[in-house]
Every structure is written in structure tokens, then in C-alpha cells.
Design a protein around this ligand. Structure first.
Ligand code: EPZ
Length: 420
């Protein structure tokens, strides 16, 4: 396994390009299963997770080719295997996104249950209940979901208890080929869901309500392969903005969408960052002392849970003030707290709230990555810490950040990746 060694204290300066969004690329790639022919998906990021879902599609019989510029072609004419194996699914929960399309197009699918992960149990009951309402017969056997829909799926009225992102995406794909109309209430409104809707519409799907919590999908008999493009990664964008807040400097992020980070930009301006928004760029600088803010994670357009660990690192650096960070989406998303404490942070966890007392900075130490976004918070702390920080198990980072070391180095950070 690899580790990162970071020499802290070097402000970030320069410009980097934001990559395509992991959480948009995954549903778009899954959606290529819905129609035969040659699909093109542009701006696909080069990540462990995108490589995993491409392996999954190839295990079904699809042919995929990812060019160096991020242009992906998928030919899903010859799908002969309808089983998503535990070996692949256990490495990436988002593999559940193949269930809807396989069932919708082939009437059958056998997908391993994802199993839990570090940040919570993360069940898929909303996905399964909705598919059953659409006429699927599901049996849970030996850790797999065995799904059948003799005829095609039927449109249904579905209401999620919680606006599940991948739940919304799975039902969108299943409903696109169902007989009749599906209405999905309390749907997720994340930009990544909108990106999938755009692709499905290009394939011939009839969907209304994009960017709202109520989606209406009129099923069509078949869909056709189409060209689509992955939106920029708003979580990667937020991660770099927060990094500049932590270690100082002045950075321009290009190929990004300021409009996809409404609450994040507001919150970081309250902290004291200077943020200028362009059409598809953001310029960020730190001026003066950091101010403490409270953060409550919420479904889009609220503050994203995927930036909670990163903003906690920032709040741990203020001079003495208090911040309350409340995590409403996942039940165990504070794995980074123990590691941040090793770097000198003063954080107390009380249920789903973390009370952060600004310690004025970090002191480098050896720490361990536990999950994707927790690892990002440790990188941010290491960039700002006095001395050296070593972060082990950085395969977590490689799941969701395209060329992180290269981008940080381009901004003047002193960071090395090496064997543990
Ligand atoms: C997506 O996960 C993202 N992943 C996550 O990003 C993100 O943190 C999350 O949405 C919330 O924004 C992808 O898009 C691939 P949910 P997802 O279903 O869809 C509960 C990252 O770091 N729930 O919106 O799995 C669930 O336990 C990752 O990039 C059920 O109870 O999240 C959670 O508490 C981490 N039953 C809440 O809903 C279900 O059937 C929201 O989960 C589904 C969800």
C-alpha cells in the first residue's frame, strides 16, 4: 500500500483544472447498459472507482475504452452476463447503480448487496422497495439481490423517506424503460442527478422535473446510445477551496461550476476566504485570520456531507473559536476526528455533532486514511501542519481524486507518494 508524505506550510499558488465528477460519471456509465450501440461519455475522471465500474460493465460483456483525455466509449450490444459479483461490488457500493438498468433492459439481474462501509450501514432498501413497486420480484439470497421482472417493469408512484442520490438514479434508469408513468417524490436534486437526466433524455427518455424533488418519467419501449459529458466535480472543487483556506495562497480552479456549490461558497466567505466566481472558474485566496462557522450537512443545495471532513480540518485551525459541525446524512461520518486529533486538533464528538475548538494550527504526525473524504481532510491538515505528515492507506484517496498529488505539486505543495 502507498502513503503520502507532506511537508506542511507551503501556501498554494497557481491554477489547476477540475476533473469530471466521480458521482456523476458512475451513474452515467451505468446508464450505458440501458441501450445497445456505441455510447460516448466525455470528461470521465481517471479514478479507482471509474475503473471499477468499467470492470463491472466488462464482466457483463460490454466493451469499453477510456482515452487519456477522459473520452469513454461503451458498446453494450453483447451483454451476456447479468451478475455483479461480490468481489467487485464490495470495493464500491455505487455498483448498485447497475441494478436498475439491467432489470429494465433485460428483466433480470443478480447484484451483490454492497455491504456496509466506514461511514455507515448505507442500506439500499429504498432502491429495492421502489423496484418492487414497479413490479420487480426480488429475492435476497447468499448476499445477492436476485431481481426478476417477467414482463417489463411498470410505472409506479414512489416516495423516498430520504432523498437518496443513487436511489433516485437507479429508479430514473429503471423507469425510463418501464411501461407507463413513474412519479418519484422526495427525489434527490444533486447536480449529478441532473447530469444523468440530461444523458437519459439524449437517449430518448421522457423525464420532467429536473433539479426538483419530484420527477415524472414516462417509460418508452427502447432507448438509443447517445453522447454525454460528465459535469465538473463540485466536491473536488470544494476540497481545493478549503485547502487554500487552510494553508493560504491564491489559486484559480478552472473547468468548474460555481453554481453547483451555493452553500459552500457562502460558508467559505463567512470563514473569511476571498472567492471570485467566473463562468467556469473560481479564484480563491485567504486574507487574514480564519473565522469559526457552524456547519450542518444537508441534501443539495445545502452544505454537502462530502465536504464535512474537509471543513472540519479548516475549523480546527482557527485561533481558539468554537465551531459545531452537525452531520445529518450519515450516522458514522466522523472517522477523521481521531486522526485529526493526532495532528493536534481539539474536537469533541457528541452523537452526530462535532464541537471543534480552533487550535491555531496542526503539528505533523503519522495518520491513517479511513475513507475517501476523511483522507482529504488529513491531506488538508498535512498541507497546513508544521513539519512532516505521513498519511497511510491512500488508496482511499485514489477512489475519488484524479491526480491529487500532481495537482497539489503544480500548486507548490511539497508532497511525495511512496511505498509504505
Ligand atoms: C451518494 O451516496 C454519494 N455517492 C455519496 O458520496 C454522498 O455522500 C451521498 O450520496 C449523499 O450525498 C455516489 O453518488 C456514488 P444516499 P448514496 O442514498 O446514494 C440512507 C463520496 O464520498 N439510505 O443519498 O449511497 C443512507 O444510509 C460518496 O463521494 C437508506 O437508508 O447516499 C444515508 O443515511 C460518499 N436507504 C442517506 O439515506 C437507502 O436505500 C443518504 O444516502 C438509501 C439511502
Amino acid at each position: 500500500m502507498d502513503k503520502l508524505v507532506i511537508e506542511g506550510g507551503h501556501p498554494l499558488r497557481g491554477s489547476i483544472k477540475i476533473s469530471g465528477a466521480k458521482n456523476a460519471a458512475l451513474p452515467l456509465i451505468a446508464a450505458t447498459l440501458l441501450a445497445p450501440g456505441r455510447h460516448t461519455v466525455r470528461n470521465v475522471p481517471n479514478l479507482r472507482d471509474t475503473r471499477t465500474i468499467l470492470k463491472l460493465l466488462e464482466s457483463f460483456g460490454a466493451k469499453t475504452e477510456l482515452a487519456a483525455d477522459g473520452t469513454l466509449t461503451v458498446d453494450s450490444d453483447e451483454i451476456s452476463n447479468l451478475e455483479a459479483s461480490y468481489e467487485l461490488v464490495k470495493t464500491m457500493r455505487a455498483s448498485v447503480l447497475v441494478l436498475g438498468p439491467l432489470l429494465a433492459r433485460f428483466g433480470r439481474a443478480r447484484v451483490s448487496l454492497p455491504g456496509g462501509c466506514a461511514i455507515g450501514a448505507r442500506p439500499i432498501d429504498f432502491h429495492l422497495q421502489a423496484l418492487e413497486k414497479m413490479g420487480a420480484r426480488l429475492v435476497l439470497r447468499e448476499g445477492y439481490v436476485e431481481a426478476q421482472a417477467e414482463a417489463s417493469l411498470a410505472g409506479a408512484e414512489v416516495c423516498f423517506d430520504i432523498p437518496s442520490v443513487t436511489g433516485t438514479e437507479n429508479i430514473l434508469m429503471a423507469a425510463a424503460l418501464a411501461k407507463g408513468v413513474t412519479v418519484l417524490k422526495n427525489a434527490a436534486r444533486e447536480p449529478e442527478v441532473g447530469n444523468l437526466i440530461e444523458m437519459l433524455q439524449a437517449m430518448g427518455a421522457e423525464i420532467e422535473g429536473r433539479d426538483t424533488d419530484r420527477l415524472t418519467i414516462r417509460g418508452v419501449p427502447r432507448l438509443k446510445a447517445a453522447d454525454s459529458a460528465v459535469i465538473p466535480d463540485r466536491i473536488e472543487t470544494g476540497t481545493y477551496l478549503i485547502a487554500v483556506g487552510a494553508v493560504g495562497g491564491e489559486v484559480t480552479l478552472t473547468n468548474c461550476r460555481p453554481g453547483h456549490l451555493p452553500s459552500v461558497l457562502d460558508k467559505l466567505r463567512q470563514v473569511g476566504l476571498v472567492i471570485e466566481e467566473g463562468e467556469d472558474s473560481i479564484r480563491v485566496a485567504r486574507r487574514g485570520a480564519l473565522r469559526n462557522v457552524d456547519v450542518k450537512t444537508m441534501p443539495y443545495p445545502g452544505f454537502p456531507t462530502d465536504l464535512q471532513a474537509q471543513v472540519m480540518s479548516l475549523m480546527a485551525m482557527t485561533n481558539g473559536g468554537l465551531s459545531v459541525i452537525h452531520e445529518t446524512i450519515f450516522e458514522n461520518r466522523f472517522m477523521h476526528v481521531a486522526e485529526l486529533r493526532r495532528l493536534g486538533a481539539d474536537i469533541r464528538v457528541d452523537g452526530r455533532s462535532a464541537i471543534v475548538k480552533g487550535a491555531g494550527g496542526f503539528v505533523g504526525a503519522k495518520v491513517m486514511a479511513t475513507d475517501l473524504r476523511a483522507s482529504a481532510s488529513l491531506v488538508i491538515a498535512g498541507l497546513a501542519a508544521q513539519g512532516l505528515t505521513e498519511i497511510s492507506r491512500i488508496y482511499h484517496l485514489e477512489r475519488g481524486y484524479d491526480n491529487l498529488v500532481g495537482k497539489l505539486r503544480a500548486l507548490g505543495a511539497k508532497v511525495q507518494q511512496m511505498r509504505e
